[in-house]
Write a protein that binds this ligand. Structure first.
Ligand SMILES: Cc1cc2nc3c(=O)[nH]c(=O)nc-3n(C[C@H](O)[C@H](O)[C@H](O)COP(=O)(O)O)c2cc1C
Length: 200
């Protein structure tokens, strides 16, 4: 499947084969590819929760508008935003770079973010969204479908998964084997509503 086919064949799928078990090798390959997503300063300021426990999945479904994909997809990923990544040792992100690059980028990170809560959250949401999109496309490539989701009670989900301080929920992402086709794809807005050139 080439990239265009991959993008065109991705749909938000709501019904999955509940019997399908994702092989560990597929899960690890999805995670490997997802981690290649870009992030500002390479901070990788997202965290991926892999939820497979059936009882927990049922509890999550109950606070996610009873959406079947939460329990029936092979794996439920929950993409979280890491709001403290800028405080870590920059060598976590740049340790393999030439020293000259480390000397420039390392000291830039903390001052760029410190005290700027909105920027920190925006950045972590950007990173988790890019990671999630990467995961969706990787899933297609491995023969899986997916459905990004924010239809859930965030407080209840945070409690169920023990979301630590310093993290925020980004979105849920069930991935599995499609059991029913998606509805016809929702029309996309005309270019003149979505695209501007040079200036608004
Ligand atoms: C952030 C986000 C949240 C979404 N939440 C849900 C959801 O809770 N349940 C659901 O069935 N679909 C959800 N969707 C899927 C959208 O409805 C879907 O992407 C849109 O209708 C376009 O369809 P397509 O993805 O098949 O092209 C969500 C999509 C995004 C990006």
């Amino acid at each position: 499947m080439n990239t265009s086919e991959n993008i065109e064949s991705r749909r938000s799928i709501k019904h999955y084969d509940p019997e399908h078990v994702m092989p560990e090798a597929d899960l690890q390959e999805l995670l490997r590819l997802t981690k290649l997503a870009p992030s500002s300063f390479n901070m990788q300021n997202y965290r991926i929760l892999v939820v497979r426990n059936p009882e927990l999945r049922q509890q999550l479904r109950e606070v996610a508008w009873d959406q079947a994909q939460v329990t029936d997809a092979s794996v439920l990923f929950i993409l979280c935003a890491d709001l403290k990544a800028h405080q870590a040792d920059p060598s976590d992100y740049w340790g393999h770079a030439p020293q000259a690059v480390q000397d420039i980028l390392g000291p830039m990170i903390k001052p760029f973010y410190d005290g700027k809560d909105q920027l920190i959250r925006d950045e972590a949401m950007r990173s988790s969204a890019l990671a999630g999109m990467t995961l969706m496309l990787a899933a297609r490539d491995l023969g899986y479908d997916s459905c990004p989701m924010v239809g859930f009670d965030p407080d209840a989900v945070s409690k169920l998964i023990n979301l630590p301080d310093g993290y925020a929920l980004s979105f849920m992402l069930p991935v599995g084997k499609k059991a029913e086709e998606a509805w016809d794809r929702g029309a996309r807005l005309a270019d003149d509503k979505v695209v501007s050139y040079d200036r608004f």
